[in-house]
Design a protein around this ligand. Structure first.
Ligand SMILES: Cc1cc2nc3c(=O)[nH]c(=O)nc-3n(C[C@H](O)[C@H](O)[C@H](O)COP(=O)(O)OP(=O)(O)OC[C@H]3O[C@@H](n4cnc5c(N)ncnc54)[C@H](O)[C@@H]3O)c2cc1C
Ligand SMILES: *[C@@H]1O[C@H](CO)[C@@H](O)[C@H](O)[C@H]1NC(C)=O
Ligand SMILES: *[C@@H]1O[C@H](CO)[C@@H](O)[C@H](O)[C@H]1NC(C)=O
Ligand SMILES: *[C@@H]1O[C@H](CO)[C@@H](O)[C@H](O)[C@H]1NC(C)=O
Length: 415
């Protein structure tokens, strides 16, 4: 590959990486004379955007988008590979190709966008016996397992699903499960779905705003909520908690928290409890002037009131745009932009019951009914967070400007 020109290198093809690539391409497009020799390269295992926010559902066949044509349309070069090492002193990364050969790539500006993964603490049996729905392959394995239950003899253990973790993902996963189990085991099957949460309340991080709605929805759906219980063991036949509670189950799903990509460990400097790199207002890594971190790998202020971006698609979509813009602007010797994303909404799927939409960091429940919120959720999950079409380069670059407000579309678009 020609590496005589200047390179903006982006690692990761999630929401943040894709929008960083588009954001950098859009900025370079605005300064064609200065950016003639600048190339944008994105390295990730596949040219695919996986739509992780859909992964709590049964059918994920449409939960991915091919990026090949989009990258071609905007002039982003895609390299298939998994980065193993960031050699920051040499301004280079080492990656492994799908055929296991290793290669080195040099960069002038680096954007780390390798996202996050579910974190499995060292609870006995968790690694061997618990499912997750954090990555595409895990979702497929879980679905195959659930389908396989139908061929086992009827028993309470077979008919029970335990979701460990009552946060955002745990709630969405549990709310789908009664219907999903009945579709597999028969509409008359005597099924049981239990959410086990360590905190005193379901949805501890969602706060008190949406909680009454969550409790009403789960109770209507027949999902049991068990709080104040810490999972201490998992085996092929169920879950045990620290207090000695035993829930027999053939299907245990772990949703107990996510952590930033392990590549963040190769970047020196301060991290938060989730392993995110504490970046400055340009999303630059303090002390490393040509390295930016974005999406779930970045701990960044969203406003001047102390709010911090969450490990969320909502934030990754905008963090990506800013990181890409700033990497390109910085390379061209132009000022960077301060990342700001003051508007915050939450849209939580509550299965066949509907959904709940909240606004602001206090998470005030919007006036929408469960069914109206569900329309918004479907719009977000199946449309608003997808990449732009490859057929319209100008539109794609226009959408990549940091000024675009993603949240406004949630409210503006009629379902
Ligand atoms: C079930 C579920 C439901 C969710 N629901 C919501 C929701 O309702 N709203 C919301 O806002 N968020 C939601 N999220 C969170 C959201 O999906 C993440 O915050 C978002 O995907 C983060 O985007 P990202 O680009 O930072 O990282 P990711 O989407 O994790 O992408 C990371 C990319 O980096 C690549 N990569 C990783 N390591 C390497 C490496 N070493 N070398 C090269 N490439 C690498 C990966 O292959 C991938 O392409 C949900 C997540 C899950 C799992
Ligand atoms: C690459 O290495 C992995 C793990 O060592 C192995 O499973 C895989 O078969 C290898 N692939 C190729 C193409 O050699
Ligand atoms: C492996 O893939 C790389 C990148 O596509 C290629 O350059 C290299 O020739 C391949 N090596 C082998 C042994 O096939
Ligand atoms: C959970 O624990 C807290 C604090 O010990 C207690 O106040 C609360 O009543 C408990 N809730 C349940 C449902 O047991």
């Amino acid at each position: 590959m020609d590496q005589s020109s200047a390179t903006i290198l982006i690692i990761g093809a999630g929401f943040a990486g894709v929008w960083a690539a588009l954001g950098a391409a859009a900025k370079l497009d605005k300064s064609p004379r200065n950016s003639r020799d600048v190339q944008v390269i994105l390295v990730a295992p596949e040219p695919t955007l996986y739509i992780r926010p859909q992964f709590y559902q049964a059918d994920v066949s449409n939960a991915k988008a091919d990026l090949t044509d989009l990258f071609k349309a905007v002039g982003v070069q895609f390299i298939a590979g998994s980065v193993q090492r960031i050699a920051k002193d040499e301004n280079a990364v080492e990656y492994t190709s799908p055929n296991n050969s290793t290669h080195t790539l040099h960069y002038d500006r680096l954007v780390l966008a390798t996202g996050s993964k579910v974190h499995r603490p060292p609870i006995p049996g968790l690694a061997e016996f618990a499912h997750s729905n954090d990555q595409y392959d895990e979702v497929k394995v879980l679905d195959k397992h659930l389908q396989g239950l139908a061929s086992l003899p009827d028993s309470a253990t077979r008919n029970t699903v335990v979701v460990c973790g009552g946060g955002f993902t745990g709630i969405e996963t549990a709310a789908e499960m009664p219907q999903r189990l009945r579709d597999i085991l028969g509409q008359d099957a005597s099924i049981r779905v239990v959410v086990v949460e360590r905190a005193a309340d379901i949805g501890p991080e969602l706060g008190p705003g949406p909680r009454p709605v969550i409790i009403e929805a789960l109770s209507t759906l027949g999902v049991e909520i068990v709080t104040n219980e810490t999972v201490s063991g998992v085996d092929a036949e169920g879950v045990t908690t620290a207090s000695g509670l035993r829930i027999p189950s053939k299907t245990v799903i772990w949703t107990g928290g996510i952590r930033a990509s392990v590549l963040t460990e190769q970047i020196p400097g301060e991290k938060d409890a989730l392993g995110r790199i504490i970046v400055d207002e340009s999303l630059r890594v303090p002390g490393l002037r040509n390295v930016f971190a974005t999406g779930d790998t970045a701990y960044a202020a969203t406003d001047d009131e102390g709010h911090i971006a969450l490990l969320s698609c909502q934030h990754a979509l905008m963090l990506g745009r800013y990181a890409g813009y700033n990497a390109a602007a910085d390379l061209l010797g132009e000022p960077t932009k301060t990342y700001r994303q003051p508007v915050y909404v939450t849209c939580l799927d509550l299965g066949p019951w509907g959904a709940v939409l909240t606004t602001g960091w206090d998470r005030v429940v919007s006036g929408l009914t469960a069914a109206e919120a569900k329309v918004k959720k479907i719009l977000i999950n199946t449309k608003l967070i997808y990449p732009p079409p490859a057929t319209d380069r100008v539109f794609a670059l226009g959408e990549a400007r940091p000024e675009i407000a993603y949240e406004a579309q949630v409210f503006a678009t009629e379902g």
